[in-house]
Design a protein around this ligand. Structure first.
Ligand SMILES: Cc1ncc(COP(=O)(O)O)c(C=O)c1O
Length: 464
C-alpha cells in the first residue's frame, strides 16, 4: 500500500528497505534536487507520520539521520527546517562551511540506503572545513622540496613527538619519529626492513587481516598468535618469531586492553627471544571511560616499533601516520624507504602540521569522541550481554549464539544492514564466533536501527 502527501514522498511497505530509510532518502533527494528549498519548514514528526500512515519513530529516525548529515536545522521549539546552503547541491551539505566552499564533497550515506555496520571507517562528515582550507592555504604557500626527506618534514615530526609525549606518555623526540602514509605503510616499511622470505611473523589471531597481507607480501611466513579478552596470550607465543604484530591499546577485533603485567611479560619474551614487537596503537585516541594506558613503546624502545595513524582520528583519505623506533632501527627503515622510493607527500605533511599546531585536530577529536561514545553506548544498550571489549574505539565484537550464525550476514543484508563476521579476521580456523560491528561511519539513528535488526535476527538474545 502506498501513501501520498504534497511533499513528493511515498512509503512502500512491501520493500525490504526500512521505512525510515525510505522517508529519509526521499527527503534527501528532494533537498538535493531543490524540490525542498533552503529554510523551508518540514512537517512536524507527528503530522508527517499521520500523513504517511507510519509510526512517529519512523519519521523521527529519518529526521535524526538528516540532522546528523547536516541537511536539516532544528530551531529549538520552533520546528525543523532545511539547512541553509543545502538545497540544490547534489554533493550534499557542507557542515560548518560557507556555501561558496563546496570544493570538498561531503561524504554521503550509501546511495543504496543500506546501513553499513562493517568496521574500518571513521565519521568524516563533520570535520571543520574552515580549518581544513586554512591548513591547505598555508601548505600551498610553501616552496616545493627537490629532495623529500625519508623521515618526513621536521616540523611535523616535532609536532607528532609532542602529541605522543602528551597523549601516549612515550618519551620521544622528533628524531625517533618518521612520518608515514598510515599504519599500512608503516607495516610495509617494517616488513621490508626486518622480514624476508621465510621469516616468521606473528600476528594476533583473530587479528588485523591487512597486517597478515602486508607481511606475507614481503615473503614472511604468518604465525597466528591467539588472543583472549585481554589481548595477546604471551605464554602461547613461540620463541622463533622475527616480529610480532599486536594491538595492545584496543585489540582488533576482540577489543581487550593488554593489562600491565601482561605487557611486562610480553617485553620479557621479546628480550629473551630477540623478536621485535610491532605495536599498532590503533584506536588509542578513542577511550570513553578511563584514560588509555601509556604505549608499550615507552616501556622498552629497543624492542618495540610504534605505529599510529590519522586514518581514524581524521580520515584515511589524508594518508598520514607515524612510525616510532629507537635510533638505529629508524635509520635502517629510512635507508630502506629511500631504496623503495617510498615517501609521504610534503604538502600533505605541511597541511597536517598546521592542523596539529593550531589545535584543530584536538578539537576534532573531542567532538568525534563524544559522538562515537554515544553510538557505542547505543550498541551496548541494544545487545549488552553479547558485547566484548573495552569502552573504546570504533568497533565492538559481539558474540553470536552458534545457531544464529549461519546465513546471518546474508539475512541482515536482505533487511538493509551490512555486517562483518569474525571468520574473516582469522588466519586459521575461526576461534571466535560472532560479528565485528563498526560504528564509525553510521549515524546514531542507523546504529540503533542496525542493532534492532541484529536483535531480531539472533533472538532470543540471552539476558537482553
Ligand atoms: C587494526 C587497524 N590498524 C590500523 C588501521 C588504519 O590503517 P591505515 O593507517 O593504513 O589506514 C586500521 C583501519 O581500519 C585497523 O583496523
Amino acid at each position: 500500500m502506498r501513501a501520498h502527501i504534497d511533499l513528493p514522498l511515498v512509503v512502500d511497505r512491501s520493500s525490504p528497505v526500512p521505512l525510515a530509510v525510505q522517508v529519509g532518502g526521499q527527503l534527501r533527494e528532494a533537498m538535493r534536487t531543490g524540490a525542498l528549498k533552503d529554510g523551508e519548514r518540514l512537517p512536524s514528526t507527528r503530522g508527517l507520520a499521520a500523513l504517511l500512515g507510519v509510526s512517529r519513530t519512523v519519521v523521527t529516525d529519518a529526521y535524526q539521520q538528516l540532522y546528523a548529515e547536516g541537511w536539516l536545522d532544528g530551531r529549538h521549539g520552533s520546528g525543523t527546517y532545511v539547512a541553509e546552503g543545502t538545497s540544490g547541491h547534489p554533493e550534499g551539505p557542507a557542515v560548518g562551511a560557507v556555501p561558496a566552499a563546496r570544493t570538498v564533497p561531503a561524504s554521503r550515506p550509501r546511495p543504496d540506503g543500506l546501513i553499513d555496520l562493517r568496521p574500518g571507517r571513521p565519521w568524516v562528515h563533520d570535520h571543520d572545513r574552515a580549518a581544513w582550507r586554512r591548513a591547505w592555504r598555508s601548505a600551498g604557500d610553501l616552496p616545493l622540496d627537490d629532495a623529500p626527506d625519508p623521515y618526513g618534514r621536521p616540523e611535523l615530526r616535532e609536532l607528532l613527538a609532542e602529541h605522543l609525549r602528551r597523549a601516549r606518555a612515550v618519551p620521544v623526540g622528533a628524531g625517533d619519529v618518521m612520518v608515514t602514509r598510515g599504519t599500512g605503510n608503516g607495516l610495509d616499511l617494517i616488513a621490508a626492513t626486518l622480514l624476508g622470505p621465510g621469516a616468521r611473523a606473528g600476528v594476533e589471531e583473530p587479528g588485523y587481516r591487512k597486517a597478515r597481507t602486508v607481511f606475507a607480501g614481503r615473503g614472511a611466513q604468518i604465525v597466528p598468535c591467539p588472543v583472549d579478552d585481554q589481548g595477546v596470550i604471551v605464554e602461547a607465543l613461540p620463541d622463533d618469531l622475527r616480529v610480532l604484530y599486536t594491538t595492545p591499546a584496543h585489540q582488533y577485533p576482540v577489543g581487550g586492553r593488554l593489562p600491565i603485567p601482561r605487557r611486562e611479560r610480553l617485553l620479557a619474551w621479546a628480550r629473551r627471544t630477540g623478536a621485535m614487537i610491532v605495536e599498532d596503537d590503533y584506536d588509542a585516541e578513542f577511550r570513553y571511560d578511563v584514560a588509555p594506558l601509556p604505549a608499550l613503546y615507552g616501556l622498552d624502545p629497543a624492542r618495540v616499533v610504534l605505529l599510529g595513524t590519522l586514518s581514524k582520528s581524521l580520515s584515511p583519505d589524508v594518508g598520514v601516520g607515524w612510525l616510532v623506533a629507537a635510533g638505529p632501527l629508524l635509520d635502517r627503515v629510512a635507508r630502506r624507504r629511500e631504496e623503495l622510493t617510498d615517501r609521504t607527500p610534503g604538502p600533505v605533511q605541511a597541511a597536517v602540521a598546521t592542523m596539529l599546531a593550531r589545535g584543530d585536530l584536538d578539537r576534532h577529536l573531542r567532538r568525534t569522541r563524544l559522538e562515537y561514545a554515544r553510538r557505542r553506548a547505543a550498541i551496548v544498550e541494544a545487545l549488552g550481554p553479547l558485547v566484548h571489549g573495552d569502552t573504546a574505539g570504533l568497533h565492538v565484537m559481539i558474540e553470536v549464539p552458534a545457531a544464529a550464525l549461519p546465513g546471518l550476514v546474508e539475512r541482515a543484508r536482505e533487511r538493509g544492514v551490512l555486517l562483518d563476521a569474525t571468520d574473516r579476521h582469522h588466519h586459521g580456523p575461526p576461534r571466535v564466533h560472532g560479528l565485528v560491528l563498526g560504528y564509525g561511519s553510521v549515524s546514531l539513528a542507523d546504529v540503533r536501527r542496525g542493532c534492532e535488526v541484529i536483535r531480531e535476527l539472533i533472538s532470543p538474545v540471552p539476558g537482553a
